[in-house]
Design a protein around this ligand. Sequence first.
Ligand code: AMP
Length: 399
Amino acid sequence: MASIGAVTRQIANLEISGSQPANPRPKLGHTKQPSQTNVAKLLTKYAAPNPHATKPPPRAPSPTKPLTTRSTKATETTAKKVAGSSKPDLDIGKSDGGMELENEKRGTTVNGEAAGDLALDSSMVVENPTPKWTLHSFEIGRPLGKGKFGRVYMVRTKPPHQPYTLALKTLYKSEIVQSRVEKQLRREIEIQQNLRHPNVLRLYGYFHDDKRIFLMLEFAGKGELYKQLSKHGQFSERRSSRYIDQMADALAYLHSKHVIHRDIKPENLLLGINGELKIADFGWSVHAPGNRRMTLCGTLDYLPPEMVESKEHSEKVDLWALGVLTYEFLVGNPPFEDRRSAQSTYRRIAKVDLHFPGTVSAEPRDLITKLLQYEPEKRLPLTTVLKHPWIVRYRPKDA
Ligand code: AMP
């Protein structure tokens, strides 16, 4: 377990700074929230216990080991991994030329140590190197969205690669250096590239040019979940149950790999082409540097009592967040939201001041109540969440 003090000291050493409003959720109902700075998540991830592990964790490169080392030849297998995972027949739309224009106007070349940190190329990693990718390997399609460090485009791989559709995320190196997140970005990429789960967004590879880093991401065809939640206000029990089933499965997988997500919220979830949920944010998407408390906390509304009270925390923080997420799906706003102040939200969390509107039926109430337990050890384990009657009720027979 990582103590808050230990994490704080490490963050201080990493010289993360910046400021953020005390309570980032100004409105009732769903409002997009900034992601927490990934440093805290990383430190937590690396400090996470692994109670589920029966065998050694997968060979993720060490966070201290250089990411770009001697190149080995790119393997066919890796190419097939990319090939096998996207639909080649999707219309990628028209480029707005932004990828090229942006490059003219935005960002500067990075020199010195940071340049080495950001020389990110998945064809150069020792284990499972990918083929050598460059911007010329892709036909650029429509912009999918804008992140803090650059845009995301729908792209298709060009010959000699087989045509596969992906999301290509651009990150400007100079802006990453300015935000002092270059080392964390490297680690996040290392973690993400080693994760394989249908409800965890895949990172297939990455490469860089003078000014930018490019991440080849699985294309999430149905976009952002938070937009759906904003549009509908809340989700039906069936839809909520299906999402929570997928979340619980993905979290069980992450925990088995020593990864605590710590920043679960609708903003960090995308939807695949068949509407399946994808945990998308592993820290590189939005780096919103916060003050010390925010750095540690992420979104206030999803914070568990142990973090509000600056106690030690474990992977059980994700179980709490799963309870908050279930509530927010069904009700339209998180359970402990208090618009008066961050302090009021903290107090409600610490008291587990939980109330349900009459619209929430007995089964989801039972699940949420069992997840939103003050004592981390008393929270319903993910294996039991997956067997809960409300989850099983809506699970397709063939799932
Ligand atoms: P981000 O920088 O991750 O916040 O991405 C900016 C926006 O691009 C998001 O809000 C999404 O709308 C879109 N986006 C990012 N990644 C993907 C993806 N893998 N598939 C589809 N859309 C994406």
